[in-house]
Design a protein around this ligand. Structure first.
Ligand code: ADP
Length: 724
């Protein structure tokens, strides 16, 4: 029996408008897993783990449950996603569809908060797991007030060593505050759904339904063996990837190619250029020309990687990796969705990111280099995440996920290890991650636990406790607590546990407790002195909240020399000590940041440090935040450190201090600020005193931008003038 949407909406007590909105989105009747989820109580407050393939419509269940929570139960819903990019996507989607119903949708991912009305008034709030954790530490009571539903999207990320622990702790905190809240966990690749459901006091709904059938196969020596279809030759003779791409693009489909490294994404995209270009229509070629120009001009100054991207884009091919600027990544994703791009070569990180399906998905590299461990097979779960992207609903008759073998033996290996194997079980990474002290401090600061038994009780709601037992948990917590007490982040008094002001500040700044300890030590060293820029930047780089930059062997000697001439705030390990290499990696970060705040061009950063625009972006955000944390800690401990004030803004904008008054103007980045400064415009006042035309003449300014900047400068100058 098929369930009509109209009937469902009526029986769920939702307004009839919902039917119209869904029908506009092409939804007339429920897919089987959706029906199963609703029969299991998704709209009746029942917690569920919904384990079903990508594109099987899990999101719709979550949306309906949100509507039910808001419109039917008068409550609020929290939509948790693992990545910022996903949060943006989800927010746009929900707001477009449901704000006409009067549902207020909000998003909070850090500096960038948006809601129709105040955040606290949002009916559905989309947040990243990290942001939810941070808000909870600030005891933001509005977050859980009236909370009826929590959606946990991509819940398999529990098993990710970096992202999983936060989600676990957020779930524990939300359930601590609202024991009866409905949880709706979604994932495409979960093999122990029952166990996860048990942890969440939920029911498991498991389905292998796919609206677009998925074929999986292995390519070897010109032949493609599809498990569901049998073997057939692939024409071409230009190499496995090119042939596999050309075949599908020739039929009007699109292809995603997953490879192991950034460098390979670029090399693979370049190789595909000529054969794909040959398949483009003149209109497509014209559209791509425009796209390439836009992508190259995302930054004020283009870098080699920007130019490489532009050169690929004109051929209908792109690469996608973390070195690209977020705006460039969005352009690539958008163009692929619109069908303008035919193939995208990407690192496996995309598999965990935005929703970007393609008719054929080629997973070229199944081995990857793991720092400290060497090369190894990627987890089966990751393979399934990538494979699941094959098949665009509504566009493709089927999807194909293809791996490439180099010989018969490897073909067997790939079949048993990936194609025929289920994903690994989801397991807790909380004890292993090294972040337990951070979560423990967070729990004490948030007020969940005021004694050791209460701490244990709080953490007994984690997956760690469920999977490894209370003994394991007690051991791990005991060690973390010792550290927090020894470093005076927490005080113990008459059996109770209390955060010190230091501990409270560290938790609320959302930095690792060890980062707080490192910064405190460095700032004490620096107090009353004028430490060099490099010393301060190295202090930030030494915290566990910043990762070092990998060294090429050739750099070791040079960096050792540079380091020998500098003074640092922290003890420097000798060249024979095992931590010396790590130290050099931190020095490399500090050197890159120093170049950045002294206005080295992005191209230079790419050449000297291997930093793409996306890396610079990430690095500067992290460093700016830690600089802010350092400023706050210096305030707390009453330590005067010269050079610290202003560092945060310099890091954010990549400028010398003299440009700070200029970069506050919208549309003025580091390059234009320098142009203005050299032309004698030292701040908004100088700009306001002249005519817009005098700006329009400057390089990198057009008349429109000149006018906008001039108007804003005038406004700012007036504000400043009004001050007594
Ligand atoms: P998932 O969350 O499981 O990955 P999505 O919710 O993204 O799947 O669904 C994939 C596509 O299928 C979306 O474009 C969605 O609008 C569409 N879809 C979902 N449910 C239905 C349905 N019952 N009928 C038709 N299309 C649907």
């Amino acid at each position: 029996m098929e369930m009509q949407i109209e009937e469902l909406v009526r029986s769920a007590g939702l307004p009839g408008e919902v039917t119209r909105i869904l029908e506009q989105n092409g939804i007339r009747e429920l897919y089987p897993p959706q029906r199963a989820a609703i029969e299991a109580g998704a709209l009746a407050g029942q917690s569920l783990v919904l384990a079903a393939p990508t594109a099987s419509g899990k999101t719709l269940v979550a949306e309906l449950a949100c509507l039910k929570a808001v419109l039917g139960r008068g409550g609020r819903a929290l939509y948790l996603v693992p990545l910022r990019a996903l949060a943006g996507e989800k927010y746009d989607d929900l707001a477009a569809k449901y704000s006409p119903l009067g549902v207020k949708v909000g998003i909070s991912v850090g500096d960038y908060d948006r809601a129709q009305g105040r955040l606290a008034e949002a009916d559905i709030l989309v947040v990243t797991n990290e942001r939810a954790d941070s808000l909870l530490r600030h005891q933001a009571s509005w977050l859980t007030e009236g909370l009826a539903l929590v959606v946990l999207d991509e819940v398999h990320l529990l098993t990710d060593p970096y992202r999983g622990p936060t989600l676990e702790v957020v779930v524990a905190a939300l359930r601590h505050r609202r024991p009866d809240v409905q949880l709706l966990a979604l994932s495409a690749t979960i093999s122990n759904a029952e166990e996860i459901a048990d942890w969440l006091s939920a029911r498991a709904v498991v389905s292998d339904f796919r609206p677009v059938p998925l074929r999986t196969g292995v390519y070897l020596g010109g032949k493609l063996l599809l498990l569901q279809e049998g073997e057939r030759p692939v024409p071409g003779g230009l190499g496995p990837v090119t042939d596999l791409v050309g075949e599908v693009v020739g039929e009007g489909g699109q292809v995603l190619v997953f490879v192991a490294t950034r460098r390979s994404t670029q090399a693979a995209a370049r190789r595909l250029g000529r054969p794909v270009r040959a398949l483009l229509s003149p209109q497509e070629a014209a559209a791509l020309e425009k796209l390439a120009q836009t992508a190259e001009r995302v930054l004020e100054e283009s870098t080699p990687v920007c130019r490489d991207l532009a050169a690929c884009l004109v051929n209908g091919v792109a690469f996608h990796h973390a070195g690209l600027h977020p705006a460039q990544r969005r352009l690539v994703e958008q163009a692929f969705r619109e069908g303008v791009l035919k193939a995208v070569c990407t690192t496996t990180t995309l598999a965990a990111g935005v929703n970007l399906p393609a008719r054929r998905v080629i997973i070229r590299d199944l081995r990857r280099y793991y720092p400290g461990l060497g090369a190894g097979w990627i987890p089966t779960l990751e393979f399934h995440q990538m494979a699941g992207r094959a098949g665009r609903p509504g566009l493709d008759p089927y999807g194909e996920a293809v791996v490439i073998a180099k010989g018969e033996a490897e073909k067997e290996e790939l079949l048993t290890r990936y194609l025929l194997a289920p994903p690994e079980k989801i397991t807790s990474q909380l004890a292993r991650s090294g972040n337990l002290p951070a979560y423990l401090l967070g729990a004490i600061v948030a007020g969940y636990a005021h004694s050791l038994p209460q701490v244990v009780e709080f953490f007994s709601r984690t997956l760690l406790a469920r999977q490894y037992g209370l003994e394991e948990l007690r051991g791990a917590l005991g060690k973390s607590l010792e550290f927090l007490l020894a470093e005076e982040l927490v005080r113990s008094w008459q059996g109770g546990l209390y955060p010190t002001p230091f501990g409270e500040l560290v938790a609320k700044l959302y930095i690792h407790p060890l980062s707080g300890v490192v910064l405190r030590a460095g700032l004490r060293q620096a107090a009353g002195k004028a430490p060099g820029e490099l010393a301060l930047l190295h202090l930030l780089a030494h915290t566990p909240d910043m990762e070092g930059l990998r060294l090429r062997q050739a750099e070791v000697e040079k960096l050792t020399e540079v380091a020998a001439e500098e003074e640092f705030l922290l003890p420097v390990p000798g060249p024979k000590e095992p931590s010396h290499r790590e130290f050099l990696e931190e020095v490399k970060v500090a050197l890159a940041l120093r170049a950045w705040i002294n206005e080295a061009s992005e191209a230079e950063l790419e050449e000297r440090f291997g930093l793409g625009p996306g890396d610079t972006y990430r690095l500067r955000e992290e460093a700016a935040w830690l600089a802010y944390a350092a400023e706050r800690l210096a305030g707390l401990f009453q330590l005067g450190v010269e050079g610290l004030v202003g560092l945060r803004m310099r890091l954010r904008y990549g400028v010398r201090a003299e440009l700070l008054p200029l970069v506050q103007l919208t549309g003025v980045g580091r390059v234009r600020a320098r142009v203005l400064f050299e032309a004698g415009f030292k701040g908004p006042e100088e700009i306001a005193r002249r005519k817009p035309a005098s700006l329009a003449r400057l390089p990198s300014f057009g008349p429109a931008l000149a006018k906008r900047v001039w108007e804003e400068a005038r406004r700012l100058a007036r504000l400043a003038g009004d001050k007594p």
